[in-house]
Structure formats: structure tokens, C-alpha cells
Design a protein around this ligand. Structure first.
Ligand code: ADP
Ligand code: AMP
Length: 215
């Protein structure tokens, strides 16, 4: 089962992807997590990626596609995967389709988690993430058991450098247009499922129903 989660920054893609990944035992592939790790490295490519992240811009398609291609080669996707943060452009979506066709597979379902942009800023301001295992928390809506510590791996939680309010607004603005084009693209492919962004559990119930063929 090959799944994609779409949504603006803060919509809950990572949160839901982790839940799906655990319950259905599918690898969670998050391009944002991969870019954040690369941006920590003092390499020419790491420094270039950091510039895009810090400005709240998308990383150019060529990097995103290269990163995804490498990741898909490394992880075991024989049972499928949950993709979070990719595609961010229609071009990336089309390349993904070709990549999967070469492997005799395809995207089965695309979930678009729709949340009012005004709510996203509050969500992101309270987000704390684990750079080690990629889990994300919210200080109010989804707090870790011990403040500042990841429940899953015990590493320290951080505030992402691109989660400052000014950068968040830029990211939302920069991604809105292309996201609409991507949802149109998957709608035409007849694999899009729109989920209304309620609580974490409400969203997950809707996703589960769709996965299990109940809606
Ligand atoms: P994305 O991966 O789409 O950028 P995240 O999954 O990291 O978003 O969620 C953004 C923030 O909002 C996190 O702090 C997360 O704990 C919180 N969050 C996620 N889903 C919900 C929800 N349905 N209601 C309230 N807060 C949520
Ligand atoms: P995310 O963790 O998904 O919010 O992604 C964080 C940042 O990584 C984004 O703001 C982009 O700069 C970059 N990024 C992640 N995935 C992609 C992608 N598929 N294409 C381009 N840039 C991406």
C-alpha cells in the first residue's frame, strides 16, 4: 500500500504518517526530515539546502527527486510506504509516478489534510520535533510524556529553525498555489481523498476508514 499525505506546513502530515507507519508497518519517508539532517552537515550540498530551508522556500525539484530516489532504493518498500512532504510540485508528482511504474507499482491513495491556514501558525509555533527519529509533538495538543524529551527515542526535542512565525507564513504562502495544483492532479488521477482537519484522532479515524475501504 503506497500512500501519500498532502497538506500545508503544520497540517499534520508527519503526525498522521507516524501513526499509519506504526499501525500498518509501512516505512515513513519524510523528505523534510531528510533535508533537515542534510542541512546539519557542513558539506556544500548541506549548506545549499540549509539556505532554502531557512528562507522558507522549497528545495529545487532536482534535489527533492534525487533525495527521494536514493531513499526509495535504500528502504524496504515491498509492503509499501507512507510519503510525507513529497510531492511538493506537480513535476515531482509526475516523476514519482514514472519512478514507481519502473518498479511495477503505483500510488494507491493520496490524503489531503485540509486545515484553515490561520490555525497552522499556532500549531507550528507549538511544534517540537525529534531530529533523531522524526516524531513531532505539540506543547498543548500532543505533548511528550516528559517535557522536551522524545517518547520514542529519548532524544532532546527542538524547535525547528524554519518554524519561526515569519518563516512559517512565508512557507504557507509559497506552498499554497502549488498544493492546489497537486490536489487537482491527484483528483484527476482519481486517488485523492480530502480529510477535514479535526483533532489528531479524528483525522486518523478518517484515514483508517479510507485505508480499510470503509469510505
Ligand atoms: P506537518 O508534518 O504537516 O508539517 P505536523 O504533523 O508536524 O505537521 O504537525 C504540526 C504541529 O501540529 C505539531 O506540533 C503537531 O503535534 C500538531 N498537530 C498535528 N495534527 C494536529 C491536529 N489534528 N490538531 C492539533 N494539533 C495537531
Ligand atoms: P517539511 O518538514 O515537510 O515541512 O519540509 C521542510 C522543508 O524542507 C520545506 O519547507 C522545504 O524547504 C523542504 N522540502 C521538504 N520536502 C520537499 C520537497 N518534496 N520538495 C522541495 N522541498 C522540500
Amino acid at each position: 500500500m503506497n500512500l501519500i499525505l498532502l497538506g500545508l506546513p503544520g497540517a499534520g502530515k508527519g503526525t498522521q504518517a507516524k501513526k499509519i507507519s506504526q499501525e500498518y508497518n509501512l516505512p515513513h519517508i519524510a523528505t523534510g526530515d531528510i533535508f533537515r539532517l542534510l542541512a546539519e552537515e557542513e558539506t556544500p550540498i548541506g549548506e545549499k539546502i540549509k539556505e532554502f530551508l531557512d528562507k522558507g522556500q522549497l528545495v529545487p525539484d532536482e534535489y527533492a527527486i534525487m533525495i527521494l530516489r536514493e531513499k526509495i532504493k535504500k528502504v524496504d518498500i515491498s509492503k509499501g510506504f507512507v510519503l510525507d512532504g513529497y510531492p511538493r510540485t506537480v513535476y515531482q508528482a509526475k516523476v514519482l509516478k514514472e519512478m514507481l511504474a519502473e518498479m511495477d507499482t503505483q500510488i494507491d491513495m493520496v490524503f489531503y489534510i485540509e486545515v484553515d491556514p490561520e490555525r497552522l501558525v499556532e500549531r507550528i509555533a507549538g511544534r517540537r520535533v525529534c531530529l533523531n527519529c522524526g516524531h513531532s509533538y505539540h506543547i498543548k495538543y500532543n505533548p511528550p510524556e516528559q517535557p522536551g524529551i522524545c517518547d520514542y527515542c529519548g532524544e532532546e526535542l527542538i524547535l525547528r529553525s524554519d518554524d519561526r512565525e515569519e518563516t512559517v507564513r512565508k512557507r504557507i504562502h509559497n506552498q499554497l498555489n502549488e498544493l492546489n495544483k497537486i490536489t487537482d492532479y491527484f483528483q484527476e488521477e482519481k486517488i485523492l481523498k480530502v480529510i477535514n482537519g479535526g483533532s489528531i484522532e479524528e483525522v486518523y479515524v478518517e484515514i483508517k476508514k479510507a485505508i480499510e475501504g470503509e469510505s
